[in-house]
Each structure stands twice: as structure tokens, then as C-alpha cells.
Design a binder for this molecule. Sequence first.
Ligand code: GLU
Length: 291
Amino acid sequence: MTAPVFRFAPSPNGELHLGHALSALTNQRMANAAGGRLLLRIEDIDVTRCTPEFDAGIFRDLAWLGIDWEEPVRRQSEHFGEYEAALERLRREGLVYPAFMSRGDIRAAIMAFEATGKTWPRDPDGAPLYPGTDKTMSRNERMQRIDAGAPFAWRLDTAGALARLKGRLSWREWADETMPSTTDVAADPLQWGDVVIARREIPTSYHLSVVMDDALQGVSHVVRGRDLYFATSVQRLLQEMLGLPQPSYFHHRLVLGPDGRKLSKSQRDTGLAALREAGETSEGVRRMLGY
Ligand code: GLU
């Protein structure tokens, strides 16, 4: 039997905070208990927000915490060609379409709709679903707009993709960290509407590169925070559309700030580097997290 493969996949667009520490430590503990391997993946597709300083900070903070990961580390920004090939496949199969509505257009369409007293559907993160008006645009009009240099993003035709599935879409979620058993969770990608799969200037998106990399790296266990629980629905659909294997999942608790909200990268006081500079030890951080 091959050893289970876990991964910790931070984005270098801010300082790692206590929430990341919990994720890295949980991955390490589960990988060790299962006799598995732990990979580190740098999710830096957003070249406008990721910086070499934050990237270096990830390595410093993880080493300080005592996390051991396998080399080589995969950097998503070095693999755009692979994501582009997956996008091309989705394009060829008619599963994505160029979506031309700007943020402003979307806002205006929704405001007009809601002015009638009805509520426009929102995704699990609270963002309004894409109206999808240009899903039915003719091929000619699409080509014309693209040739004219109109900005657009590739969006998944979520309903169309679901219609191609044979069975029911679900994922296996571990009951807890000790991995006693999994439950089958029904996936509902329609709650996200037609998600962005790639942008004109970046030939991928978070969802596309995550499913490609999890498959390419042979990841068998995806362990991450509960904030990404619902994202699993979209990722499972993409795995099915791209013929990729499905890992099992464990979405761990989140570390909340004093205000009861999820930590963000802008909260300096919970950043690992800031804690270290203030004299905190890595044992202290582990203790704070119950490790
Ligand atoms: N890169 C994502 C983040 O930093 C995590 C992706 C994942 O674990 O699937 O939030």
C-alpha cells in the first residue's frame, strides 16, 4: 500500500497567522499518525498579491514551528502551462464560457433585480452568484468581443457540468483528526453558481490549480480549515470533469479572533512573525492551539 499524502498549501499574500499554524500542525500530526508524507505547496497564482517576502516568511515560520515537509516544494506560479492544458480541456468540452460582465455590471444587474423586492442568490461566502446572462451568447459574438480585447473570465457552466455526471456528487469527510471513519457529504456546486475557472491574464484560478495539483502530487488526504468546506463541492465537480482521483477530506476547526471572527492576514497581533518578535516561543504557540 502506498503511504498517504498530505499537503499544507498556503498563499504568500500575507503573514502566516495562528490559523495557518493550526492547519500545518494538524496536517503534520495526521500525516505522522497515518505513516504518511507531508508536502508543502506554495499557492502563488495571484502574482499581483504574492510577494517573495511573504514567501520567505512561510518557510521561516514553518521551520520555527517545527514542521517537516518534503522537498521539492511545488510553486504554482511555475506550473501555469499545466493549468492552461486543463483549462483547454474544459474549453474543448464546452464546460467553460467567456464571461464578460464586469463587477460593476454584475452589481447593477443585481440591484435592478433586488429593486423588485426579490433577493438575488448568494454563495456560501455571501457573494452574489454570477448572473450568467452571457452563457447563451453566440459563438460569433464571443469571438468578436474577445478579438476586440474585451476583458473576460472563463467561468464554469456549473449546471451543464452537473448534467454530465452519471451518479450523485459527494465527498468523503473524516469524522475527526484520528480518522476513525468517513461520512459521505453531498456536494452542491450550484450554491456557488458559475465560478471563475481562469482569468484572461492568469490562465487558472484557486479551484482549478488546487484540483490539478492535488492530483499531480498524489494527495490522498486534504486537510484544511472549515472555511474551505463548501469549496469542496466545486472541487469535486472539477475532479469529475477532468477525470481526476478524489482525495478524502478533513476540514478542521478555525482559530477565531477575540471578536469571534475568522483571523485575517491583516491582523498583525495573531501573525506568527509578530508573535515571535514579541518573544513568544513555538511551544507557546502550540499550547495556545491546544497542541
Ligand atoms: N491556498 C489556500 C489558502 O491559503 C488553501 C488551499 C487549500 O488548502 O485547499 O487559503
